[in-house]
Design a protein around this ligand. Sequence first.
Ligand code: ADP
Ligand code: MG
Length: 211
Amino acid sequence: MSFTPVLLPEILQAIAAVIESNAEEVTALDQAIGDGDHVFNLQRGLNALLPLAETLAQMEWSAAWQKIGMTMMSTVGGASGSLYGTLFLAMSKAATSQPATLAGFAEIFNASVEAVKHRGKAELGEKTMLDVFIPVAQCLRQTAEDGTALAKALEQVNQVALAGMESTRDMLATKGRGSFLDERSRGHIDAGAKTGQLMISAIIAVLLKHL
Ligand code: ADP
Ligand code: MG
């Protein structure tokens, strides 16, 4: 994509704020079926990214996503660190061959979600962040195909992310730490699905403000 990520500083601030204001709830979710460190992991990554925000804003998308991916890979830790690292490095790679349109972004995000599925050997319905990312990727592609106006497309993506997050509540965890609990993993929303949805909603709110 050829234009610069000028909104990244505002987006990173919005993400940090939404993770902070939901920290207790998400930590409780990760304590219920994981080890309770998910918020700390993400905040370690965000604290490394925030000082880079102005530099990232000057870069091309592909370079910015590469820097974000490498920073997350080396700071976040846990399962989510390598998965977010994979997501952004794959976005960086795909960005070099896609235009700066909704359709182009849809292809970039779809390719990246495929990379995360491959990295974590997980699919839809396994009670992970992918239960948010996979439907979001499909929705992006659908709205691009339908020629949906950007504001409406973003609102649809927001709804799909919320539904995906909610869908993890009754799922059986078959990947990640939740899988150790087997049937007892049911009844709790997955922490990574929750933060994925919160971050997507925060990004969409910033984008809608600037449309
Ligand atoms: P850890 O589980 O190593 O403590 P985190 O707590 O930071 O790492 O992240 C846990 C989240 O990572 C889970 O809630 C889930 O959404 C996601 N996750 C774990 N394993 C996988 C996987 N194989 N594929 C996709 N997402 C996964
Ligand atoms: Mg954890």
